[in-house]
Write a protein that binds this ligand. Structure first.
Ligand code: PLP
Length: 452
């Protein structure tokens, strides 16, 4: 592959290029050092060690350039080392690095809360608390809902993923690898059916009726503090719920005094083609959780929602040492500005149409592609065993493993997802060009051809 001109806004050519085997010798050496000192409980999908990243490209220590369709799992939505984010964070590092907002506050925290109030769905007074991670946002959302409702029950949906802390591991669908052996798990957590049109064939109304029946029979609304839902399930496999499912659940929650919480940690911050994916389903949640893409790669998360619910928490009841760190907040303000200034919502919609068109045309030729789904830069294919697409839709996780390995050998980073491990997901930064998408689809096509 020839060296391309670097566009003025990029510091790394936006093109894949391999100069060694994958992983290369320097990555292999680093992996040996890592294995000696990093817990085996921390795994890496692709053990190539990254030295630089820019736009949609990762450069490893051996000089290989990968097209990144993982985006740090939906974090570098505005692009790796995005100029405005880097400048804002650098300036903030020099001004104030830390004070602890609960000791002496600063404007950047307030500005992020203003932007979240403005851009989360719902036309009502909203307030926020800023924390460090997605799981911590989930924990705080639940705390606030419990305090507001004076109830204990927490409901989640099947195939959900909410984090790796004690409460959130009880909220996940999969015990493996997230919870097994790590108990006792938190109590008062209930798992209700979701909407998974590809496999359940239900309309939004039917799926909501099934979920509500479960909540009424198994939990009882009077004991339920909150229902926590990802508008598009992330780790579960990018399930896009049937139309009407989410608003019907919100209507039921409102009627019964249950706080409905949107876990927009993966789907939020412009990725879906709107600021928050809930908007695309006509859903205005009581509380919205943000994390991942909010600060362009710096650790920040938030709970945002109806002021009367957010104010139920007693002073001192929320917060934490690093929550709403000034550098992370400055980066988040730059992310909001980049979304507006670079019209990133339109970029997300461009990526959706390029990726889905390409994947649908592959699905016409390869019957292992059972479903193509998602919104914006959050698109997945679900793989099924040959000959089962129109019948049993039997999950084909081995194909996902083979395709990911094939793509990595060609310089394309893809991720798996799905409860059955049979979903291949595309979670690129919004900087990914149509040329890079086409290039990656070509690599995927050659991988599909080898599956037989
Ligand atoms: C990643 C994720 C979380 C957990 O976020 P962390 O920052 O890893 O704690 C929670 N919910 C969803 C939907 C996620 O994708």
């Amino acid at each position: 592959m020839t060296e391309t001109q670097i566009a003025p806004s990029y510091t790394v050519p936006q093109q894949r290029q391999l100069v060694t085997a994958v992983p290369g010798p320097k990555s292999i050496a680093l992996h040996e050092r890592r294995t000696a000192v990093v817990s085996a409980g921390v795994s890496s999908a692709l053990p190539v060690y990254i030295e630089r990243a820019n736009g949609a490209i990762l450069v490893d220590v051996d000089g290989n350039r990968f097209v990144d369709f993982g985006g740090g799992i939906g974090v570098t939505t505005v692009g790796h080392t995005e100029r405005h984010v880097v400048e804002a964070a650098t300036a903030q590092l020099h001004d104030v690095t830390h004070t602890l907002f609960t000791v002496t506050p600063y404007e950047e925290y307030v500005r992020v809360a203003e932007l979240l109030a403005q851009h989360t769905p719902g036309d009502w007074a909203k307030k926020s608390v800023l924390v460090n991670s997605g799981a911590e946002a989930v924990e705080n959302g639940v705390k606030i809902a419990r305090k507001f409702t004076r109830r204990r029950g927490v409901a989640v949906l099947d195939h959900a993923y909410h984090g790796r802390t004690n409460l959130t591991m009880a909220m996940n669908y999969k015990a493996h690898p997230y919870a097994s052996g790590f108990g006792p798990l938190a109590g008062d957590v209930y798992h209700a059916p979701n909407s998974y049109p590809y496999r359940d064939g239900l309309s939004g109304e039917q799926a909501a009726a099934r979920t509500i029946a479960y909540l009424e029979k198994v939990v009882g609304a009077e004991d339920l503090a909150c229902l926590v839902v990802e508008p598009i399930q992330g780790e579960g496999g990018f399930m896009v719920p049937a139309d009407g499912f989410l608003p019907a659940l919100q209507a039921w929650c409102t009627e019964h005094g249950v706080v409905m919480i949107a876990d927009e940690i993966q789907s939020g911050m412009a990725r879906s083609g709107s600021y928050f994916a809930s908007e695309q389903f006509g859903w205005e949640p009581d509380l919205v959780l943000s994390a991942k893409g909010i600060a362009g790669g710096l650790p920040l998360a938030a709970v945002t929602g109806r002021a009367e619910i957010m104010d139920a928490a007693q002073p001192g009841g929320l917060g934490g040492t690093f929550g709403g760190n000034p550098v992370a907040c400055a980066a988040a303000v730059a992310v909001f500005e980049a979304i507006e200034g670079d019209d990133l919502l339109a970029e997300a919609r461009r990526i959706e149409s390029s990726l889905t068109a390409g994947l649908r045309s592959l699905a016409e030729r390869f019957d292992v592609i059972g479903d193509v789904r998602g919104k914006g830069a959050m698109i997945a294919i679900e793989l099924v065993r040959p000959g089962t697409r129109d019948t049993t839709k039997e999950p084909y996780p081995e194909a996902v493993g083979a395709l990911i390995a094939h793509a990595a050998q060609q310089g394309v980073l893809l991720l798996s997802a799905g409860t059955y491990g049979n979903v291949l997901r595309f979670l690129p930064s919004l900087a990914v060009t149509d040329e890079l998408i086409e290039d990656a689809l070509g690599v995927l096509e050659s991988g599909l051809a080898t599956l037989g």
